[in-house]
Design a protein around this ligand. Structure first.
Ligand code: ADP
Ligand code: YYY
Length: 229
C-alpha cells in the first residue's frame, strides 16, 4: 500500500558544504518545496536580540521559538525566499556570520529544538519537500525516502564562504572565517541534542573537489534510483 505522506529528501551537513545551493537547485528541478531549517534557528537568534533576550535564557528562547512570527515569501529576484520576521524584512540580516554563530548557540538547546520540530514537519506537503539542515535525516524526517549528507574540508568550506562574501561586496577575512567554521562544526557536532552526523542510511558526498553541477548530478541520480523523478 503506498503511503499518503509527501516524499522528503533530506540534505544535511556542515556550514559551507553546499546544502543551500544544492537544495534550491533540487527543489527547482523536482518542483518540490524547500525547508531552510537553519533559517529558523537564525530567526530565533535574531528575535532574541530584538527582544533583549540573553542566549542563555533557555525558557524565554523556547517561548520565542514556539511563537516565531515569520513568513517565507517566494518573491525575491534571485530566487531566494524573502523572509519577514515580526513584519520586518530580515532576508539579508539573518545571513551574517554573527547571526550564524548565535544560531549555533541557540540550536544547542533541546527545548528550542523541540519548539521548532512540528513547524519544520509542517513544511512536508505534496508533491514533496527538500529539507536542508543538520538533523533533517536523523531527527526531523527519519522516514525520508532519500537522505544526503554533504561534506567538504573545513579549508574548502571557509574558502567558499569567503568568496561568497567577497562577491557580495562585503569585507571578509579567510582566517577568521576558518576559525568560525571550525568552532561552529565543533558546537554542531558535539552537542548532546540532535548533533550533526550522517543518518545511518545517508548517501555521503565529500564535495571538496566536486563542482556544484557534479554534486547536483549525483543527487539527481540517487533520486532517480528511488523513483523520485
Ligand atoms: N561543490 C561546490 N563547489 C564550489 N562551490 C560551492 C559548492 N557548493 C557550494 N558552493 C558555494 O559555496 C558557498 C556556500 O554554499 P551554501 O550552499 O550556502 O552552503 P551551506 O548551505 O551548506 O552553508 C556558496 O557561495 C556556493 O555557491
Ligand atoms: N536543522 C538545523 C539547522 C541549523 N542548525 C544550526 C546549526 C548552524 O550552525 C546554525 C545555522 O544553520 P545554517 O544552515 O543556516 O548555516 P550554514 O548556512 O550552513 O552556515 O543553525 C541546527 O542546529 N539544525
Amino acid at each position: 500500500m503506498s503511503s499518503l505522506l509527501p516524499p522528503v529528501i533530506t540534505v544535511d551537513g556542515p556550514s559551507g558544504s553546499g546544502k543551500g545551493t544544492i537544495c534550491r537547485l533540487l527543489a527547482n528541478a523536482l518542483g518540490w518545496s524547500l525547508l531552510d531549517s537553519g533559517a529558523l534557528y537564525r530567526l530565533t537568534a535574531v528575535a532574541a536580540r530584538h527582544h533583549g533576550v540573553s542566549l542563555d535564557d533557555v525558557e524565554s528562547l523556547q517561548v520565542m521559538a514556539a511563537h516565531l512570527d515569520v513568513q517565507f515569501l517566494s518573491e525575491s529576484a534571485d530566487g531566494e525566499l524573502k523572509i519577514i520576521l515580526e513584519g520586518e524584512e530580515v532576508t539579508q540580516t539573518i545571513r551574517t556570520e554573527n547571526v550564524g554563530a548565535d544560531a549555533s548557540v541557540v540550536a544547542a538547546l533541546g527545548p528550542v529544538r523541540q519548539a521548532l520540530l512540528q513547524r519544520q514537519r509542517d513544511f512536508a506537503q505534496l508533491p514533496g519537500l527538500i529539507a536542508d539542515g543538520r538533523d533533517m535525516g536523523t531527527v526531523v524526517f527519519p522516514e525520508a525516502c532519500l537522505k544526503i549528507y554533504l561534506d567538504a574540508s573545513a579549508e574548502e568550506r571557509a574558502s567558499r564562504r569567503y568568496n561568497q562574501l567577497i562577491s557580495k561586496g562585503l569585507s571578509a577575512s579567510l582566517e577568521d572565517i576558518l576559525i568560525d567554521i571550525k568552532s561552529r562544526d565543533d558546537r554542531d557536532m558535539n552537542r548532546t541534542v540532535a548533533p550533526l552526523k550522517p543518518a545511518p542510511n545517508a548517501v555521503i558526498l565529500d564535495t571538496t573537489k566536486m563542482t556544484i553541477e557534479e554534486v547536483l548530478e549525483v543527487v539527481l541520480d540517487e533520486a532517480k534510483h528511488k523513483g523520485l523523478r
